[in-house]
Design a protein. Structure first.
Length: 188
């Protein structure tokens, strides 16, 4: 499969569609992380860091943290039992969950947005690899994940940018939903 085909086939595949109980082998996750590590980074700061929730025990703990955060930080009038349970179940439905973390260059030689862009490119590399392998994935950014520094044991200069869910699925190919590129380009 060529790169253009992979880019056009890449989709968000949500945890509710994952085949529960079908693990993602450690060797596949290592391949995803190796490909993420090849992302470009200005001044070679390599700001991406990852924590892999692979064992059932770690995924249950992650789900519990997400659920507890939701219960503690949601106003009664906005609270949804269904949403709370989904937050707890999604990590368990996944074959693995990868916490996406940025580690700022301690010298701040480049703007933060450039390092966020580098982390995003690392995630895109993982996403394209998942697409090639037929593995579903989804980058989730709930407030609980973005504020999970203590749960993740992050150091000074590190910040969570969300969770990357992985799981095998049987979804049919879904057509892309993009407007024409001609509407987004000015030629000069």
């Amino acid at each position: 499969m060529n790169i253009t085909s992979l880019i056009h086939r890449r989709r968000s595949i949500f945890p509710k569609t994952y085949i529960q109980g079908k693990p993602v082998d450690k060797s596949i996750i290592e391949q995803l992380l190796e490909n993420a590590n090849m992302a470009p980074s200005h001044r070679l700061t390599e700001p991406w860091r990852f924590q892999v929730f692979h064992s059932e025990e770690s995924r249950v703990a992650l789900g519990q943290m997400l659920m507890d955060f939701y219960k503690k930080n949601t106003l009664p009038e906005s609270f949804s039992e269904e949403k709370m349970l989904k937050m707890a179940e999604n990590p368990q439905r996944a074959g693995a969950v990868i916490a996406i973390i940025i580690k700022r260059d301690p010298e701040e030689r480049i703007p933060e947005w450039e390092e966020v862009a580098s982390v995003s490119m690392a995630v895109q590399n993982m996403w394209l690899t998942c697409t090639e392998l037929g593995l579903g994935c989804y980058w989730s950014t709930p407030r609980a994940a973005l504020e999970a520094s203590e749960f993740l044991g992050l150091e000074s200069g590190e910040r969570s940018l969300g969770l990357f869910y992985l799981g095998w699925h049987e979804m049919p190919e879904i057509a892309g939903k993009r407007g024409p590129v001609a509407e987004k380009v000015v030629w000069r």
